[in-house]
Structure formats: structure tokens, C-alpha cells
Design a protein around this ligand. Sequence first.
Ligand code: ADP
Ligand code: MG
Length: 529
Amino acid sequence: MTLEAQSAAIAAQFDYTDDQVNSAVNEFRRQMTEGLEKDGTSLSQIPTYVTGVPNGTEKGLYMAVDLGGTNFRVCSIQLNGDTTFNLTFTKVAIPRKLMVAKTAQELFAFLAKQIELFLQKHHEDHFEQHVRRRMTMSSPDGYKDEHVFRLGFTFSFPVQQVGINKGTLIRWTKGFDIPDAVGKDVCALLQDEIDKLHLPVKVAALVNDTVGTLMARSYSSPGKTGTVLGAIFGTGTNGAYVEKLSNLKKPLSGEYDKTTGEMVINTEWGSFDNQLSVLPNTAWDVALDKASPNPGIQMYEKRVSGMFLGEILRLVIIDLLKDPKVSFFKDENSSSNDWKSTTNIVSESSIYTQWGLDTAIMSVAAADNTPELSTLRGELEKQLGIYSAGLDDAQAFKAIANAIGRRSARLSAVAIAAIVLQTGKLTDPANADEPIDIGVDGSLVEHYPYFRDMIYEALRAIDGIGEEGAKRIRIGIAKDGSGVGAALIALVAAGMEKRLTTADYLGELRSNAKSNNLTVVPEDDAAQD
Ligand code: ADP
Ligand code: MG
């Protein structure tokens, strides 16, 4: 078989037909409902205790940190209250060895140190003034409460949230593995390390990146409609959406505001269909899963997100390189290579190691439409040490990479469609003519060429959406979503702190009143103010 025919045959294995997409949407909806009813299901459907989305009028200065899968971002955000904001941030790559550190403390000490460096660099006045003040004050933490930065902690791993700034880690994903952190409150882990450095910072809110994206998009999106879904397509993939409280059947433990009738639900859709009833499963998907740190889980994520697409491609390439019947990245002699040379792969090429192919090169492949694919061939050389790749090699690489990218986008459409249908907004007459707003974030959706177009193409083929429905779905990038979103949730949390102290105060008043036979405000009114 020629290389061209061989690569076309492989690409075809990544086809995901309209029918398959439709069955997957039905299964996704079934798993969503199941997750709203009980614990321990495939889609965790975690209640976030966030009961509304912002409308753009929120104001204040907050801090936010974001532990994604690849980078740690620290930022401060001034919300201006007119849908605009000012954001200052720094970003560092998380050292690989900390992702698998012996103790959680090692990772969180590193994070706290980055917060200190950020404060020194960008909020020097505040930092100096208050650290000095702390030295001269005798109270236990030494800061006046109003001088303490409220920080929203975006933590993009599955946590069981038990309050607005409290949540225990359920499991690591995306290549992290620090066993002693599992089951611990990640806010407390961070606060402890912040306190060791005596920083004027309070971890006020625990935020999933999807919830942050939803909030940020809702704050800044045009028009009066609140955003219905925040979705991430970065190292991993996940989504959070606004659900009716009446659909949430499993018991809730913490306090929350019932008046809106809604709550944001973190789906943890990365683990959609771990049982593989509708997900595609090529030999390379099987191989990737088997060699991953968490076999059998996050099966949807392993077919969709940035961390994995490059690895699927790498596994295909390795198979092709081993196949004596195809000539891929190798030449009989220089006459069969359009550069009149022979292809060489350096022996230390990262193509031979797990995770050695960054998904970013798939974006280069998809974007390169030059006849000679010279940009792609340049990147193959630079990133993978593949010298003098022939045009046919580059074409085969591109065909397979595109098929993997396209399958990812079509699978992404499954989750988006299921949630749009779940909201009922497409058929709600009260909502006619209103767009259905969706915020997305992550390098994959931001940088992979035509990723959103491929999502829309699949949406149009879905029953209950179609051409008309797809037109009403507005998918927009929530730029800096996690930072702004975390700030917005820190703001909500600060409001709740106040409300809780009022409630405590009223509670005390009430019990005093009882013992003195007096009457005060009825319980229900007081709880809502
Ligand atoms: P995080 O998940 O840490 O918040 P990102 O949203 O930046 O970070 O996602 C990083 C992931 O996106 C990595 O897996 C990387 O391989 C992938 N990625 C980075 N750049 C691109 C690109 N240009 N095209 C496709 N994928 C990319
Ligand atoms: Mg992210």
C-alpha cells in the first residue's frame, strides 16, 4: 500500500459519523440526568454552590490563581462594573517533578511562592506596607481584614466541593499524581503555605476553571442573556452549566441561596462514557489509555483534549515507522525524496517518548496550506528532529493529524449539544430570538484552526439543533476566563462572608431575644438579606 493510501485508511478510523454523534448526545443526556440524581456515576455533576451568573456590573479588586494542567497563573483583577476589567498576570510552567511530588506540600509551597513573587512585583506598595504592619502588630495574623486580598483559587481537577472555599480532591488527572493530596481540602493546603510566607491573602473561593469561564463570559458577553455553559478545551476538557434546582435531585449539604432557582453544575465531563458505550475506540486509543497514569478513566478527555491528541498521533506514527511495508519518514534513496536527500530522525527525537509530541504541532499541520507544506516540515525538524521529511511524509502526517483533530471537535460538539438541549432554551418561547451564549477557553479551542467551525458543523447535524439551532448558539472565547471568573466568585464569596456574619449576629440576637421573651425578624426574611 502507498503511504497516501495507508494514511487515508488510518484517517478513516478516526471518522465519527453524524449518527454516532447523535447517539452520543443521547447517551450524554442520559448520563447527565443520572449524575444529577445520585453520586458515584460516570458524570459527577458536582454542585458548585454558585447560584447565579454575573451581569457585568460587579466591581472591586481581587486576586486569582489558576492551577491548570500545564501552567500556574497568578493575577490581580480590577472589575470596573461596566463589563470591562483590568488584569495583571504572570505565568510559570509547573515543573514536571512537582506534578508527581512526594507530598502535596511541595507543590503548594511552590504555588505560594509564586503568589509572593507576584505581590512583590505588581503590588509592591500593598505588600511592603502590610508586611511591615504585620511585624508591628500583635494580633495572630497581624492584618486588618479589609487589607487582605480575597483570592479565587482556580483548581482544574475534580474536587468534592463542600463550601465556597472548601473542597477535597477526588482524584488527579492530566498527568498529576501526588497521592497524599487526595481527600484533602486544597484551599487549606494553599492557605497553609500562604500563611507560612505571611502574605496578606485569603483563599476566599475555590473555583473550577469551567465555572470561572462561565462567570467571566457572562460578565463580559454582549447582550442581556446570561451565559449557559463554560467549557474548557486545554490540557484537559470539562464544562460547567446553569441547571434548574428542580432537576438537581441528589442531596446538598452546604448553604446556598435558593431564590434564583438555579445552580451551576460542574459536569466533570472528562469522564463521560468511561464504559465506552458510544465513544470511538481505535487501537491507538486503547494503547494510550493503557500507558496512561489513570487507565479506564477520563475516557472522553483522552479523545478530546490537548494533552492527549498529540499522544494519539505519536502512537500512530510509531506504528507506521515500525511497519516494514510502508515508507514513512524513510527513503530508499535520495531520488524518492522531493528534497533529493534522505529523511533522518535523530535518535534522541522526542517522538520516541511518551507525551513527546505536543498537540501544538497539529495546529501547524492544520494551518499549513502551502503546496510544499514547508512550515510543517520546518516544525517537524525543529520540534521532533525529523530532518528532510518528504512531501509525502508531511502530507501523511497532516492527514492523520487532521482526522484526530476533527474527531476531537465532533466529540466536543456532543457535550455542547447535550447541554444546550438540557437547558430547553432552543424551544422555550420566552427565549425565542435570544442567542444561547457559551464561553470557551483553552489553547486547543483558541489555537487549533477551524476547531469551532468543526464543532458547528457537527451541531448542525444533531437532532433538535439543526441549521436553525446552530445559528442561535453563540460560542465565544472567554479570554482570561479563569482569572476574571475566579475574581467574580471571590466577590460572591466576600458577599457571603458578610451575609454569614449578619446571620451569626441575627442568630445570637434571636437566641438572646428568646431568653428575654422578645420578638425579632422572622427567620426566612433574615436568611435572605
Ligand atoms: P491549561 O490546560 O494548563 O490551562 P492551556 O489551555 O494552554 O493550559 O492548554 C495547554 C494544552 O494545549 C497542552 O496540552 C498543549 O499541548 C495544547 N496546546 C498548546 N498550544 C496549542 C496549539 N497551538 N494548538 C493545539 N493545542 C495546543
Ligand atoms: Mg486552563
